[in-house]
Design a protein around this ligand. Sequence first.
Ligand SMILES: Nc1ncnc2c1ncn2[C@@H]1O[C@H](COP(=O)(O)OP(=O)(O)OP(=O)(O)O)[C@@H](O)[C@H]1O
Length: 461
Amino acid sequence: MDKLGKILIIDDNEDVLFALNLLLEPYAEKIKVTTQPERIEHFINTFNPDILLLDMNFSKDASSGQEGFYWLEKILKIDPEAIVIFMTAYSDTVNAVKAIKCGATDYVSKPWQKERLLGTLSSAMKLKKSRTEITVLKQQVASLTDSDRKSTTEIIGSSDAMQDIFETIQKLSETDTNILILGENGTGKDLIAKAIYRNSLRKNAVFIEIDMGSIPENLFESELFGYEKGAFTDARKEKSGRMEIATGGTLFLDEIGNLSLAMQAKLLTAIEKKKISKLGSTRDIDIDVRLICATNTDLYAMVEEGHFRQDLLYRLNTIEIHLPPLRDRGNDIILLAKHFLEKYSRKYKKQISGLGRDAQKKLMQYAWPGNVRELQHAIERAVILSDNRQILHAENFMLKPPHTERKIENDNLNLGQIEKNTIEKALKRSNGNISRAAQLLGITRYSLYRKLEKDNDTTQL
Ligand SMILES: Nc1ncnc2c1ncn2[C@@H]1O[C@H](COP(=O)(O)OP(=O)(O)OP(=O)(O)O)[C@@H](O)[C@H]1O
């Protein structure tokens, strides 16, 4: 028999509570008992029972069962999905049937027969599990329709480097290995992750995405693993984590370099054991996810500096895909530019048919620090600002001048300036990734934000 989960027993008779506790202890994950039905809400919030065994009468000499109905209604108001089993007097079938009509899952008669009681509880536990599965499935369906809505963007690239990547995606289509995508900002990591998913064995299952760069660090754990009701002050309802929702499908962890060491340890355990437990719960949930991770930070350097676990890296990078920066993709720059030109001419209803030679030369010579995303924006801007002319020329593209690093003078002893220069260096080395830059500087993300804000204020004065 499967474990019965967490059971809350409510009965005014202490002997009944004692006997039931003794009988069910070997089968249940945990049992709590109370003689006071007023405490049910407290137990629901703090203990989160899977099954509630509820007596029908509490006051002395009461036998109508009305109290039981009153508490049943209260319970279902707090949690409409609660599994409540009524305990009725042996001959009281009328109230038993009425209880089921009012939302109780089942009833057991007192005195109970051990086998019958265990059978009822076991079916109730199965119902509880399938209700939980339905909640997860509902969330999966929501995210499936969501990923369907994400239109499939065509990936442009005929450079050798991009052709190699397309070939790798094809080769990967029959495997289920974890994949790590590395590349600068805006090189198309997100696009490649979705292409891998669409070509994978799991293409008909969910694709769940988490951007670790945009989630506050203290929410990583609850996002990934979910939480039980009452696990923390705001946890009013139980919530499934993204790993549970992604089960059967693919989980895309973007900006994986932002994970704290503590979270890295938890993720590693989850990957190794293929199990997670929600915050505030001790119960294991089986997970089966294909992981695709991406980052623009140098994870190997992070490993050397002790900021990223090597064992986790080896779990994530069974296959590594390196997306080259746009400046190294040769003629792809022009292919992409023409692709975006067509897209935005259509969008803004402009009659623009091409790029002049001078424009092409300018685009080819530029370094594209923001890669494809920057090119896309440059073309969009040029199309919006153009006068419906046939050909775009060099002057239509206002590209940023190459970034010149301010030299730190060796004899500059101004502490404020030295700090500013060091922050700039850290941000540059981490490609603008705040968490990573903060790690390099040995301060928290919050302190770095404070310092950046302070710098901004002083610059604006
Ligand atoms: N090869 C490509 N063909 C067509 N569009 C592309 C290509 N590569 C990137 N893009 C487009 O460029 C934009 C940036 O791509 P994407 O978000 O995938 O980059 P990223 O590497 O994940 O960025 P970040 O590092 O900021 O997370 C998107 O609009 C994407 O559709």
